[in-house]
Each structure stands twice: as C-alpha cells, then as structure tokens.
Design a protein around this ligand. Sequence first.
Ligand SMILES: [Zn+2]
Ligand SMILES: [Zn+2]
Ligand SMILES: [Zn+2]
Length: 316
Amino acid sequence: MKIFQILYLLFSVIILGYTSKVKSNETKLNRQYITVLGIAQDAGFPQIGCDKECCKAFYLGEEPKKLISSLGLVDLQNQKKYIFDATPDFTQQVHDLKTNHLDNGHVIDGVFLTHAHIGHYTGLMYLGFEAMSAKDIPVYTMPQMKTYLETNGPWSQLVSMKNIQIKKLKNDSTIVLDSNLKVTPFLVPHRDEYSETVGYKIEGQNKSALFIPDINKWQLWERDIVEEVKNVDYAFIDATFFKDGEIPRPMKDIPHPFIVETIKLFENESIETKSKIHFIHLNHTNPALKENHPLKDSILNLGFHFAKQGAKFSLD
Ligand SMILES: [Zn+2]
Ligand SMILES: [Zn+2]
Ligand SMILES: [Zn+2]
C-alpha cells in the first residue's frame, strides 16, 4: 500500500471516530432537563387592580405578560413530563410543555406542589369536571396539603371524582422517577395558613437544581442557602421583592428575602456560585420583572441570573 493510501485511511478513521463522538454527545445532551414555564409571583403580571407604572407598561404594550412561577421537568429518555406547581396559568404552561417539549399523549405525568397559596395549586381546577375531567393525574403533595385538598371543596371533588390521584410526599424523602431522575421535597418557613411549604431538589444524572419559589427570610431557615446553592448546579429561588418599601403594605407581614438581601448574602462567594442563582417568583412591582431595567443589569453584572420563560437547563 502506498504511503498516501495509509495516511488517507488513518485520517478517515480519526475523522469518523471524532464525528461519532460528537454525535453521541449531542444525542446525550438535554435528554432530561428543566424548563422555566413562568416567573411571576402568585397574582401574575399584570396584577389585578394595579394602575401603577409597573402594570400600565403591559397595557401600553411595552412589557409582555409574565406567567406565574413554575418549572417543567422534561424526561425525553422515558417520554415523561412533570410540572412544579399548578398555577393559575396551568393551561398555558401545560400547552407549552406539549408543543415545545414533549407531546406524549398525556396532559402531564405528575404535578409537584409546593404549598396552598393561590399561585401554586389553583391550576388543579382545570383538571376537574367543569374543565377537562382528567383521569388519575398524579399530584405529589406533603401531608397537610393532601388533607387540605381532600377536605375542602372544590379540590375534594378532584379527589372523589378521581381527576387527580394524590401521592404523598415526606420531608427530605426522595421520590425516584427514574434511576437518573429524583425529586426531594424539603420544608421551608413560610406563611402556612392552609398547608406546609416545601422547596424541591431535582437531581438528574449529572446535574441538580433547587426550586424555592416562596420562603421567609433566609435566616429563618434551618439550612444555609449559600451551602445549598453550592451543592447544586442551578438554584431557582424566591425573588418576590427587590427591596424594602416596594409596596405600600407592611412588608414584615409578607416576608420574603429581598433580592438586595440575597445578593448581599452571596457577595463574598465566587462568580461560579453566584451564577447558579436564577431569581424567580417576582412581584408585579419588582423592577427586575421588566425585560430590561438598570437595576436588573446591576444584578446581572454581579453574575446572578433571572429565570426566563422558555429557558432550558440540562440535567444530563
Ligand atoms: Zn407564591
Ligand atoms: Zn403593577
Ligand atoms: Zn406562598
């Protein structure tokens, strides 16, 4: 064999090996991922009755509508899709999952609820008799939330008519959706009028995420949020208000970590840690809810992120 033939053969083998490697990496990527389905606080954006600049911007066509805080968990490997919280925008968010991510013939393969505040569970009503009359949709809830749904109309009808099938969660106890996909609820301090409140840890094959849409001040939590963020790849956390005085109501009655408090807590941490944070659950008054705002830029410049509807985060 002539030398150039040998060289050609060698070259072909290398190229072939390289392209097949790239291909296998490509197909492996994004088999299991999280997608952001909404970013606003419970009452959404625009908020009912608000005549201030924040919501006026929507009616003037300057700002798009923002759906209520929710995450989708898409498992293309097993053809399953889950949703974290059933918001008043549930219809649209389920449609988003179907059309942009996975149409597997199911409305949803599981709903994980954080707590009984309006932005987090009332979307369940669309599964009921007056709506699509769904059959046995698995709804994962903590014990008090389960009792609340079972013993109060109209939610109890979803249970008695078997539109939903409640799956009981336990604090710090992991649900295995697939050997590579696990979900763990953990209790967080919040205004628990009707139910306890949990955040979730979502673990994929190689990456993991935290979802804490509602919590009182970080200091009231028995865990250290800085350490918790370091232990995951993405952290979707409560950013309801930007700072104190943002709304004309006593803000101590509705405690949340202000964005300015969270960034102060992380000020000495590395860019790598800061960049794991994706602020979510923003009130209509929060300037960072706008598509663009100088205050938002100042936070982005520090390395933090804001959750954006449609964004995807691989767990592979
Ligand atoms: Zn909320
Ligand atoms: Zn407003
Ligand atoms: Zn809440």
